[in-house]
Design a protein around this ligand. Structure first.
Ligand code: PXP
Length: 256
């Protein structure tokens, strides 16, 4: 497979987390989205959670307007619920990534159980497809989940990179290797079924290269680490460095 441009979706949820620590308007996730696009993000990702712990309905309005104005893709992450489906059908974002959601979790801890929940996920995928949103299912790199994702009619799977990234950070080289192989095999399997492959969760400067080097992966969605780095170097430089690492892993010349 020839190396191709790997898209970077920047998840700006945690700008809203910082804002919500105090209430008020600052820092503004819509401003962060604008700066991320100016710095080379290929799209913006935001997760509207059932408990609205970070992104709010008003943020989603603002993000939808910004991305429409800039003709750039908005990827809305959401749980498979009637409330979220109704919201997505109003906004009709470019992409919707269906994720599992538990109130007590700190972040999206595992992938969707598509194999177990096939019957309730499929009609939601169909409604979103009909509305013109490109549907992605956030799953572990497990063959049964990939095959089930394909049967739902979704166009995309986003492979959960959290276990790989945790293994690297914790210094477990053997486990990291196993997780990386699973991601590689999952990307190959999904592509053979005609699914587009995205990847994300927990990616930082140390883990991005191995994931970006998987040729079938077309998009990475990265949030928490970039927003954290932005505190030290600014959002633009953090994104530019991530972009550079992605391009290098893909064997592409850095943009001048
Ligand atoms: N992709 C999905 C589906 C997610 O749920 C998240 C976390 O919201 C991410 C990517 C980004 O993960 P992180 O914030 O750890 O980079």
């Amino acid at each position: 497979m020839t190396p191709s441009h790997l898209r970077l979706g920047v998840n700006i949820d945690h700008v809203a987390t910082v804002r919500n620590a105090r209430g008020g308007l600052s820092p503004d996730p819509v401003r962060a989205a604008r700066e991320a696009l100016a710095a080379g993000a290929d799209g913006i990702t935001a997760h509207l959670r059932e408990d609205r712990r970070h992104i709010s309905d008003a943020d989603l309005e603002g993000l939808s307007a910004l991305l429409r104005e800039q003709a750039q893709p908005l990827n809305l992450e959401m749980a498979v619920t009637q409330e979220m489906l109704d919201i997505a059908l109003v906004h009709r974002p470019h992409a919707v990534c269906l994720v599992p959601e538990k109130r007590e979790e700190r972040t999206t801890e595992g992938g969707l159980d598509v194999a177990g929940g096939h019957n309730w996920i499929t009609p939601v995928v169909a409604r979103l497809n009909d509305a013109g949103s490109r549907v992605s299912l956030f799953i572990g790199a497990d063959p049964a989940q990939i095959d089930a994702a394909h049967r739902t009619g979704a166009a995309v799977v986003e492979l959960h990179t959290g276990a790989y990234c945790d293994a690297v950070r914790e210094g477990h080289a053997d486990r990291a290797e196993v997780e990386l192989r699973a991601l590689q095999a999952g990307a190959t399997r999904a592509t053979a079924l005609g699914l587009e492959v995205h990847a994300g969760h927990g990616i930082d400067y140390d883990t991005v290269a191995a994931v970006a080097a998987i040729p079938e992966v077309m998009e990475l969605n990265i949030g928490h680490f970039l927003i954290g780095e932005a505190i030290f170097v600014g959002l633009g430089p953090a994104i530019a460095r991530m972009r550079g690492l992605m391009d290098a892993a893909r064997g592409l010349e850095p943009a001048s």
